[in-house]
Ligand binder design. Structure first.
Ligand code: PBG
Length: 330
C-alpha cells in the first residue's frame, strides 16, 4: 500500500507566486494609522529612549512626519499632546491654545485630504496625577465628572479640525456623552473611535515615557482586566449601541482572541492598537540581533489584521507602508 498522501496542502506553497495568489491577509498602507506625539515648548524633535525611532515632535517637525506618512499612503494619524504643565483637571486638554489643539490645526493644514486627522481624547496626558479622568475627594476617578471634561475636550478638538476623536479613557457612557454633545453643537460629522476593549496593560509602559506622565496608582478601576475575554466583547457592544463609528481593541498582539470576537459581530469597523510595549519589544530584540526586524514587524501587523482588525494603529505605519509599496512586505 502506498503511503503517498492524497491531500497535499504544500502544493499551494511551492513558489512565491502561488503563495502570493492564495494569501488570505494582505497589508495595505491605507489600513495603517500612525500615532504621533507633539510636545509643547520644544523647537526640535526629542527622542523617546524606550521607543527607539519614535520622537516627541515639535510643532515644526510634526509637519514633516505628516507629509512622510501621507506620501507613504498611510490612512491616518492619531495625535497625542505632551503639555509643559499639568494640573488636577487637565486644563491643557480643553484650552484651544493647548498643545494638542494647536497641533491638530497645524496637522489638518499640512494633511489636507491626504489622510484622516485623529486625536486622543483622554485626560492622562494633561493631569498631574496621570489618571484618565478627574478625581473625587477620596482620590477615586469620578466617572460622571470626567464625562463633563470629555464633552469639553470633544468640542475643542472638533473645532480644531479633528475628524475622528479617539475616546481612550474607558469611562462608562463616554461615547453617548460625547456623541450627544457633538451633535448638539453642530459637529454631527465628527466621528468617534471608541477604545472599547482597552486592557490595563503593562505594555503601555514606554508610552508613559513618551508623554512624560507619572501615574499615581494604576488604571485597574477603569481599564479591563487582562484575563477577561467576554467583557471585552461587552464593552465593544455597548460602545456600538452608544453610537461609536469605529471600535478598537488595545493592546493588539496579546488580545487577538478579543479582537476576533469583536470582529465577528461588529457592525462598525474594528481597529486594533499595536502599543508602545509591543513596539519596544521588537525594536529591542532587533537591536540585539535576536530577531529579523522587518519580518517580525510585518508578521506582527499581519497577525493583527488576520485576527480581524480592519486597520491597525502602529508606530511603524510610515515605514511599513513604504515596504508595502515597494513589495518588500512578504
Ligand atoms: C490614554 C492612552 C494610553 C495609550 C494610548 N492612549 C495610555 C494608557 O492608557 O495608559 C497607550 C498607547 C501605547 O502604549 O502605545 N491617553
Amino acid at each position: 500500500m502506498s503511503s503517498a498522501p492524497a491531500i497535499r496542502p504544500r502544493r499551494l506553497r511551492q513558489s512565491p507566486a502561488l503563495r502570493r495568489l492564495v494569501s488570505e491577509t494582505r497589508l495595505h498602507p491605507a489600513d495603517l494609522v500612525l500615532p504621533i506625539f507633539v510636545r509643547e515648548g520644544v523647537s526640535e524633535a526629542v527622542p523617546i529612549a524606550s521607543m527607539p525611532g519614535v520622537v516627541q515632535h515639535s510643532l515644526e517637525s510634526v509637519k514633516g512626519a505628516v507629509a512622510e506618512a501621507a506620501a507613504a499612503g498611510v490612512g491616518g494619524v492619531m495625535l497625542f499632546g505632551v503639555p509643559e504643565t499639568r494640573d488636577a483637571i487637565g486644563s491643557g486638554a480643553t484650552d484651544a491654545d493647548g498643545i494638542l489643539n494647536v497641533a491638530t490645526r497645524i496637522v489638518r493644514e499640512e494633511a489636507g485630504d491626504a489622510l484622516v486627522v485623529q486625536t486622543d481624547l483622554c485626560l492622562d496626558e494633561f493631569t498631574d496625577h496621570g489618571h484618565c479622568g478627574v478625581l473625587d475627594p477620596s482620590g477615586a476617578v469620578d466617572n460622571d465628572a470626567t464625562l463633563d471634561r470629555y464633552r469639553e475636550m470633544a468640542l475643542v478638538q472638533a473645532a480644531s479640525g479633528s475628524q475622528l476623536l479617539g475616546l481612550s479613557g474607558m469611562m462608562d457612557g463616554q461615547v453617548a456623552a460625547v456623541r450627544h454633545t457633538l451633535d448638539a453643537a453642530g459637529f454631527a460629522d465628527t466621528a468617534i473611535l471608541a477604545y472599547s476593549a482597552k486592557y490595563a496593560s503593562a505594555f503601555y509602559g514606554p508610552f508613559r515615557d513618551a508623554v512624560e506622565s507619572t501615574l499615581e496608582g494604576d488604571r485597574r478601576s477603569y481599564q479591563l482586566d487582562p484575563g477577561n475575554r467576554r467583557e471585552g466583547l461587552r464593552e465593544a457592544t455597548i460602545d456600538i449601541q452608544e453610537g461609536a463609528d469605529v471600535v478598537m481593541v488595545k493592546p493588539a498582539g496579546g488580545y487577538l482572541d478579543v479582537l476576533a470576537d469583536v470582529a465577528a459581530v461588529s457592525e462598525v469597523p474594528v481597529w486594533a492598537y499595536q502599543v508602545s510595549g509591543e513596539y519596544a519589544m521588537i525594536e529591542a530584540a532587533a537591536m540585539h540581533g535576536w530577531i529579523d526586524r522587518r519580518r517580525a514587524i510585518v508578521e506582527s501587523v499581519r497577525s493583527i489584521r488576520r485576527a480581524g482588525a480592519d486597520a491597525v494603529l502602529t508606530y511603524w505605519a510610515s515605514e511599513l507602508a513604504t515596504w508595502i509599496r515597494n513589495g518588500d512586505e512578504a
